[in-house]
Ligand binder design. Sequence first.
Ligand code: HEM
Ligand SMILES: [Cu+2]
Length: 599
Amino acid sequence: MSTSHAAATTEHVEHELGFFRKYIFSLDHKIIGIQYLLTSMVMALIGGVLAMLIRLQLGFPGWRWPELQALMPGGFQNGVLKPDFYLALVTMHGTIMIFFVLTTALSGGFGNFLIPLQIGARDMAFPFMNALSYWLYPPAVVLLLAAFVVTGGAPSSGWTAYPPLSAVAQAAPGSGLGQTLWLLSLVVLILAFLFGGLNYITTVLQLRARGMSMLRLPLTIWAMFITALLMLLSFPVLTAAVIMLLFDRLAGTSFFVPEVVVGGQLLSHTGGNPILWQHLFWFLGHPEVYVLILPPMGMVSDILAANSRKPIFGYPFMVGSMAAIGILSFLVWGHHMYTSGMHPLVGMAFMTTTLAIAVPSAVKTFNWLATLWRARIRFTPAMLFAIGFVSLFVTGGLTGVFLAQPPVDIQMHDTYFVVAHFHFVMASAAMFGVFAGVYHWFPKMFGRMLNERLGRLHFWLTFIGIYATFFPMHFLGFAGVTRRYYAYQLFERLRDVQPLNTAISIAAFGLGLAQLLFIANFVYSLFWGPRAERNPWRATTLEWQAPSPPPHGNWGAVEPEVHRWAYDYSVPGAPEDFIPQTTPAAAVAAPAHGHGGHA
Ligand code: HEM
Ligand SMILES: [Cu+2]
């Protein structure tokens, strides 16, 4: 197994590899990270277009779009978006955004790029397994998107794939081959995540540079590490559930199929329990939302510290609260199932554990604010998105406290209040983490700077666009508008919300268009941006000591040695307002020169 220890050897010459070995089938963690990131961006574009189609229907029900019908003949009839296509859109949008955009961009993209660089390693522990992890992702994409073109189309059971809709092929048009492809695609993607997660954990435990103790790790690494543990413990549960569901569909078993009458006929395989699926799904599903929010929590902490020129406030509490969130995330899954007929005492227990998560979350929020307190803030685009992340996380988190309580949730369940909640706390906040990360680490990834003015414009349009799109959805929820409804306006009591829905759709289109600024900035800067120096943000962590972009093997001949934690910003008496982690204590002990940092 020459590949498995290649990273650990001191081999550091940059060998001349052909284009394919260097950029396509690369074993280099940086290339694999960038591949994950770019593929996720393509998927975000697809998921975004699906969201726009959903909004088209909700904002302008009954309108005719013959041009779209020409593009997507299966999805429209007489120019009007078809109901089963609508449900397919909701399912595929949710699935793509959660599994194929955010998980892949954050863990696959930033996890891969940053872990070896920030801990001072030359690569991941298992580079070949790392490449395998990435190369399972495109086949999973193909399997998933193929669902759109097979008979019956894409599944309509939502990203949660509840049976019987997902278990009985005759249940709905998309419940046939489309649902099978969806399930297979998920199995393949989960394998990719497992290979990635194993690699991250081993790498962080085994390949840290000399002097890099666990408590000197940047919070980004702590976040990626805890995330990898969550992935490793929760995804296999979904794999098992998905395989059982495939058996129900293809082999006549009945794990999840209750007594169902389809077309007047009782199914032959009955006796299973669809609630079992809900338990298994949410045992993954809730940790999964933390798989999406922990990496941004770590990245945002580092970006806030670097741009406040202050140490992160309460480092041990930041680590502890992430660990607490990680553990608690396995004990709260029942809060998605209050309406499934669970015993009220069980509901109480899940309410208690869920509310407990508010404590470490609040600890983190207050520490971020304390880091910003009286700081000389540099408003780079990364910093704006990091601050935006805190705002969105708080907005979404607060409605989570409402929904944690069974008496409230039983009213609000499956309404747009929930859609608003998770689009703030998970979708938008995590997306802001991705944007903050791209703006911050782009110079290291590609050796060029992004345009700051375009970045700031992109931030403000996105920030305003998000609040304009998702905040009013809370009111739709109060009004009783239900999630995953194609034609809410058929209900007399919901007719009044039509203008609000139209306004939301217009805001969403604006939000979507604003992302073109980001794509333009990204593509333009990739080729023509000004060259980046080694450490453009004057940051302390190790990746900024490597060239931009770092060569194969990251460090040239000498591996870095670590002498301090990651947050020595504005140290009193130091010659500059930051001290890289590689600077020995002796080098800053005696401030010989006059221009000391402020105390
Ligand atoms: C431009 C941005 C976005 C817009 C306008 C948007 C809009 C929507 C809409 C209208 C729905 C359908 C609600 C329904 O009727 O059930 C939905 C569902 C959903 N969205 Fe988004 N979304 C956006 C971004 C995201 C992102 C970034 C994520 C990432 C996590 C995400 C995750 C989901 C999920 C999980 C669902 C639920 C699907 C289901 O009910 O099965 N969305 N979104
Ligand atoms: Cu949950």
